[in-house]
Structure formats: C-alpha cells, structure tokens
Ligand binder design. Structure first.
Ligand code: ASP
Ligand code: MG
Length: 413
C-alpha cells in the first residue's frame, strides 16, 4: 500500500492495444492497494513526426528557417495531450475511474526557456483530490506552462523529468519507468551484443551514464530523483519482470570497479583561435554560452607565445546552430584575429563506476584496450567516477565493445 507514479514512454503507448496494456498495469497497481499516478509520453514517434512537420513548413522558397521556439513547444505539447485522453478513456473502458491532466492543469510551472524548460513547481492539490476520490490520475509528460500561460517542453525525453518531479512532490514510494527495454544495460545492447542488464545502480553512476549517452533516462530526471531521494525502477512494459533500480549509493557498490560504459555520438569540437590571453576572457566566453543554455564539455585551453590562447570544447551537433550565433557575436566583441573552427564527426566513449574511487589502474586498462586496436584518443576527461575519451566517430561502436570487454562487464557480479 503506497503511492506509485508510473511512466509509459512513447513505444509503450504506440497503439490502442499498447495503451490498453498500460492501462492494465495502472489498474493492477491500484488493485494491489496503491494510489496510482501515470505520466505518459506522446504515442510512438509522434514527437519526431511533429518536428519533421515543423521543418517542412519552415522551408519556404527553398530557404530553410529555424522554427520559433515558442511555436515549436506549442506544437509538441499536443503529442502528449492525445495520449492522456486516450489513457483515461482506456481505463474507463476497463471499468475503472481515471482523469487526465495537461501540465498546465496541474500547475506544472516552468521557466520560459522554450524547448528545455525547467520545472519550478507543481500544484499537488488537484492530484491528491482525485487520488482520494479513487481515480487513477493521468498526467501529460514533457510539458509545462509558464507563469504567463505559455506552453513549454522539458527537452527530448522530458517525460522522465515529469515522472520524477511528480514523484518527488507527491513523495511517491517508487517511480516506475516503463519502457521497451528490460532496464539499464552495461552498454547499449544494440551496439554491444553481450551487454548485461544492471540490477541496481547509484544515482551518481546513472547521472554520469545518462549524461554520456545512455539514452534511456534523461540526466535531469536522475538529478531530481537523487535530490529528492526517489527510488526509480526502469522496467519493461511488455512483461512483469524486475528491471533496474536506481537508488542511493550503498557501501557494497564500491566493490564493482566499472558499472557501465557509454558512447555519445555526434559531437563537434569547437576551437576558438587567437583569443586574447587575459583574465576574465574564459569567464566571458563560457558565461555567454551558458546564458544561451548550451552545454559544453571537455574544455581545453592552450596559451600561445603571442599572448593569445586557443580554447576548445565539444558540444552536441544539436546545439550547433545556437552555438554558432553566440560564437559569432563573441568573436566580434573580442576583436583582433580571433577565429572559430569546427570539427564534426567525433564521439566519446566512457566508463563509469563508483568503485573507481577506491580502485586504481582503471584509466590504464581503458587506454590499453583502445590502443590495442589502434584507436587514437584525441582528448581525455575524468571525474571521480568516470573516464571519457574523445575519438573519431567511426571508431565509436568498436571502442564501446573494446572497453566493455576490457572490464568484463558481461559477467554478473
Ligand atoms: N515525447 C517526448 C520525446 O519524444 C518526450 C518523451 O518521450 O519523454 O522526446
Ligand atoms: Mg517520445
């Protein structure tokens, strides 16, 4: 007996049959004596299809324009709105009571950063009233509303952020993330055939993995889960088997040196050449980039003989349009001979594990595995619990398999 928040991703609600299967899971949880809240994504590839549609309309007279962000969110929120209504109808059809809410209807207030808004608050009152009335409450994932009443979205995969935020404000006993895979794997099983499902992993490891390309869970969702200490259970909607539990770290976890490996594709390295070597320049450059909400990584600065510096960093391809406009503006302001160069076709392979804090030799083993196959490492970054190498994109899948083998991640611990 408790409060469960379940989330069904796009593939788990892609057809009327799948919607009914999701409804059955929610009803079953309620029949076990729980109060049940369900967060849903848009059906199947709806979000991708809507984005494609927008791009088509934004091409006019052979010129492609970038869709205004506010209008893009206005469009994308419709995807989830379809699913919530259908889910509520499905539950009624199965003889139970449900009510659906958009983000706005439960006062899910965000800032006004369209396409990657952050949740500021949720009004739990309305949700609790309906739960107490015995209803299953269905909430649209991925969306919110600004103080001014504009629709916002929370970034791709943002239904997970909704799941965890709702779980946190309602103080749920568990957040169940139903998806089309059995859980979190030691590496992407589509690339590494012998990847193994992980039973338990800490918030910090999961945070690193999702930031490094493990796409099952959005980083922001894991941050929230950690902050509010909500256990997350990632599981397959196609069966009742246990998935992966993402929980607070416990002392046993340090016995495992590496928990998982990840590959982040489609990175571009940006190099700003001839930047004046003066205090405050880096703060200014990265301050402006951060103000545009662009995430950069792997920053390197080399000081040249002529009082200038070369500053390089990587961004995801998806950020490139936004970044280029910030960089052009910066270069003008910095004056002199500062120039920007872009190198695409990069990937990043990483290993993650809280055990790295207490075990040595992890870096050596990883570099050795890559070197053995003649893969050139272009740049290395580390944190307490991860090591990442930037490599050529074409080497990515092979590199992932090599590091997976090097740490024998296929073996159960
Ligand atoms: N429908 C949105 C997307 O595809 C949100 C989600 O699925 O979590 O990104
Ligand atoms: Mg989706």
């Amino acid at each position: 007996m408790g409060l469960i928040v379940q989330k069904f991703g796009g593939t788990s609600v892609a057809t009327p049959e799948k919607i009914h299967a999701a409804c059955r899971k929610a009803i079953a949880a309620q029949e076990r004596g729980n109060q049940v809240v369900v967060v849903v994504s848009a059906m199947g590839d709806t979000t991708d299809d809507l984005i494609e549609l927008a791009q088509k309309v934004c091409q006019y007279n052979a010129i492609q324009t970038i869709p205004p962000k506010r209008e893009m969110d206005q469009l994308l929120v419709t995807g989830e709105q379809v699913t919530i209504a259908l889910m509520a109808m499905g539950i009624h059809a199965q003889g139970h009571q449900a009510i659906s809410f958009t983000g706005g209807q439960i006062g899910l207030i965000t800032d006004s950063v369209f396409s990657k808004a952050r949740i500021q608050s949720i009004n739990k009152q309305r949700i609790f009233e309906q739960l107490h009335a015995g209803k299953i409450v269905i909430i649209a994932g991925f969306q919110g509303i600004t103080e001014d009443g504009d629709y916002t979205t929370l970034g791709r995969g943002g239904s997970n952020a909704t799941l965890v935020a709702v779980g946190a404000v309602l103080k749920a006993d568990v957040c169940e993330n139903f998806t089309d895979v059995d859980g979190i794997y030691t590496a992407d099983p589509r690339i590494v055939k012998n990847a193994r499902k992980i039973d338990r992993i800490s918030y910090d490891e999961m945070l690193e993995l999702s930031g490094l390309g493990a796409s099952v869970l959005q980083t922001r969702a894991v941050e929230f889960a950690k902050k509010y200490n909500v256990p997350l259970h990632v599981r397959n909607s196609a069966h009742d088997g246990e998935g992966t539990w993402i929980v607070a770290e416990n002392p046993n976890m340090e016995h495992i040196v590496v928990s998982g490996a990840a590959l982040k594709k489609d990175l571009t390295r940006v190099t700003l050449k001839g930047v004046p070597d003066r205090p405050g320049i880096a703060a200014r450059v990265f301050g402006e980039i951060a103000a545009a909400n662009i995430v950069v990584d792997d920053i390197i600065q080399n000081v040249m003989d002529d009082n200038t510096a070369n500053v390089s960093f990587t961004v995801e391809h998806g950020e490139l349009n936004d970044l280029k406009s910030v960089v052009e503006k910066l270069l003008k302001e910095l004056g002199g001979n500062a120039k920007a160069a872009y190198q695409g076709d990069l990937s990043k392979v990483s290993v993650v594990g809280v055990g790295m804090r207490v075990h040595t030799g992890v870096a050596q083993r990883m570099f050795g595995a890559l070197a053995g196959a003649g893969i050139n490492i272009q740049n290395i970054t580390t944190s307490e619990i991860k090591i990442s190498c930037i490599i050529r994109k074409e080497d990515g899948p092979k590199a992932l398999q090599l590091v997976h083998d090097a740490f024998e991640l296929e073996k159960t611990r």
